[in-house]
Design a protein around this ligand. Sequence first.
Ligand code: GLA
Length: 408
Amino acid sequence: MLGVWWALAAGALLCLPGAPGLNNGLALSPPMGWLHWERFMCETDCEKNPSSCISEQLFMQMADMMVSNGWLKAGYKYLCIDDCWLATERDDNNRLQADPTRFPGGIKKLADYVHARGLLLGIYQDVGKQTCAGYPGSLGFYELDAQTFADWGVDLLKFDGCNYESLEQLEDGYRRMSIALNHTGRHILYSCEWPLYARHLSKVNYTEVAEYCNSWRNFDDIQDSWTSLKYVIDFTAAFQDQLVPAAGPGAWNDPDMLVIGNFGLSWAQEVTQMALWSIMAAPLLMSNDLRNINPRSQALLQNQEVIAINQDSLGAQGYRVLKANSFELWEKPLAGGSLAVSVTNRQEIGGAREFLLSRSDLWKGLACKEKCYLTQLLPTRYEYGSFNASFCLPLSVNPSSTVLVRVD
Ligand code: GLA
């Protein structure tokens, strides 16, 4: 593995223009998996809430579900721990340790359990003195913590940005942890929150962020609501000129977790999240209870044709093409000159409305010149068939829902 450190050193020696990518060979398509935060947060009282507290039992049960209920087969392979797994103190050698009552076997044992099932394990730490929930942070211990994670067999690190002292320290910490992870020699996907914290203090240099991170959060934490979903979508569109060029194989903007299968979204809104997260080439990290999820949400999350748009090998992040009459049109170029298109009805009153999908609004790079084959993937599958190069297709879109179409 060519680490960032070596790439930087080589670049400096040769005075190469431009910057090396993270180049750790990971996340060539957006990472897929499960992350505990949105659904389970920081519940640490296992006596009162044995089935939902942050404990090794929760992760072992989710691992079992991921295998037995088709999630791993559908592509969701990272099982990720978020905040609140740590003991309140480091050990005598300054090494991190998991909370001994909630994780009696330690993280190594959990990693073995997860790996034995063909899954990968993600863990959480923070660039500052403490994590966002107040557990010991990595400041002063980047190299030691990276080595500890490697020793345990961790495969992904979500690195949060709470409790930093200055912009310099925040940015330096994100860089140093990236280099430290590469130095361990273990392939550890590096998921950052650098831009989210840095953007309040300075203009974010996305080229640099993409050199150090495999994915990065730009915006506030997602919640289980349509309001939250709309904020994330609108933020992404508002900053798409900066965000879209930074994304590509190995480096992804992260609009935060999929909350499909929980409590706050209607069916129409769940469809919108799945369609837009695929168009945005977002990491697909679900935060829900896989032990208890309704079949329709499960089928939506496991829809292979929709996942294929998210995972497309071209690795282009989609963008908003137009916003008019309370409709939003987004598109995502796909490998081979195909295109994914989504139309969201943002009017929250009344019934279905018609949107005319016109070839002239879409990507000029579309490969189909004479005959374009149109397939609707969401909310239900429907083959519209072949159209000539100047097609104009009426689509019926329910309020707060999205129609996702593939053009080949
Ligand atoms: C921050 C992050 C969240 C989550 C919490 C944990 O708010 O943005 O995704 O990790 O911290 O405390």
